[in-house]
Design a protein around this ligand. Structure first.
Ligand SMILES: [Fe+2]
Ligand SMILES: [Fe+2]
Length: 244
C-alpha cells in the first residue's frame, strides 16, 4: 500500500457530558422507565459486544494488514467509550449500580459461528463493518429524541456523539477499503448484498456486535436502502482511486 492510513477519532469528553448529572435529573415517569429499560439494555449490550468481536477477530490468525489493526484499535477504543457512557446512563436511569450492570455485561459470550462466513478476509470484514456502522449511525440518529425524553439534555448530546462516532467508523472503514482493496471494486455489490441478506434473515442476535438490527426499529427496506448507499459510496471512491 502506497498511501499511509490513519483512522480518524473524534474528540469529546464523557466527564464533561455527565458533569453534575444525578439520578434526580432523570424525569421520565416510572412507567416510561419500565418501557425504556429493554431498549437501553440492547444499545448498551451491543456496544459492550464490540470487545467480543474485537477479541474474536484478534483471536484467529487472520493475517490482516497493519492498517487494518490500526483501524480496529481506534474503533475498539471508541466503542469502549460508548459502552462507558451508556453504562452510566443506564445506571442513572434504572438505579441499578454500575458494578452490577457490569457483571451482567461480563457474563456475555458471543456466538460467532453464524457470522464467521462474513469475516473471511479483510475486505469482507471492512464491508461488514462499513454497513453495520452506517446502520448504527441511522439508528442513533433516530434514537436521539427517545434518550432526550428521559430527562437530562446531555443524554441527547451523548447520543449525538455516538452517532457522529459511528459515522466516523463508517468513513474509516470506507477509507481503508478504497486505499487497500480498490482492486475488488466489482465485488462490492455482491458482498454488501450478502451482508444485507444476512442481516434481514438473522432472527436472533448472538452478542456479535454486528447485525443486531432484526430486533430493533429497522425493516428490510431500510437495510436494503443503507446497503445501496454503501455500495454507491464505496464504488464511487474506489473508481476515483483507480483512475489516479
Ligand atoms: Fe458505538
Ligand atoms: Fe461504531
Amino acid at each position: 500500500m502506497t498511501t499511509t492510513y490513519v483512522p480518524r477519532q473524534r474528540e469529546w469528553s464523557l466527564v464533561e457530558l455527565f458533569e453534575g448529572i444525578t439520578a434526580a435529573d432523570v424525569t421520565c415517569s416510572k412507567q416510561d422507565l419500565r418501557a425504556a429499560e429493554p431498549r437501553l439494555w440492547i444499545d448498551l449490550a451491543a456496544e459492550w459486544d464490540a470487545r467480543l468481536l474485537e477479541a474474536h477477530i484478534l483471536g484467529a490468525d487472520r493475517e490482516f494488514s497493519p492498517e487494518f489493526y490500526a483501524f480496529l484499535k481506534g474503533w475498539a477504543a471508541d466503542e469502549e467509550r460508548h459502552t462507558e457512557g451508556l453504562l452510566r446512563l443506564y445506571s442513572l436511569v434504572t438505579g441499578e449500580p454500575e458494578d452490577a450492570v457490569l457483571s451482567r455485561l461480563r457474563a456475555r459470550a458471543g456466538d460467532f459461528s453464524s457470522v464467521e462466513p462474513l469475516l473471511a478476509g479483510e475486505f469482507e470484514v471492512l464491508i461488514l463493518l462499513a454497513y453495520d456502522e452506517a446502520m448504527s449511525t441511522a439508528a442513533y440518529r433516530d434514537d436521539i429524541p427517545f434518550y432526550r425524553s428521559l430527562g437530562p439534555a446531555s443524554f441527547g448530546r451523548l447520543l449525538r456523539e455516538l452517532k457522529n462516532d459511528e459515522a466516523m467508523h463508517y468513513r474509516n472503514a470506507v477509507e481503508l477499503l478504497v486505499l487497500a482493496h480498490s482492486d475488488r471494486v466489482d465485488d462490492v455489490p455482491g458482498e454488501v448484498e450478502r451482508v444485507v441478506q444476512f442481516d434481514k434473515a438473522q432472527e436472533e442476535y448472538r452478542a456479535t456486535f454486528v447485525l443486531d438490527h432484526a430486533t430493533d426499529q429497522f425493516d428490510g427496506a431500510e437495510m436494503e436502502r443503507v446497503g445501496r448507499s454503501v455500495v454507491r459510496a464505496v464504488q464511487r471512491r474506489m473508481r476515483g482511486q483507480l483512475d489516479r
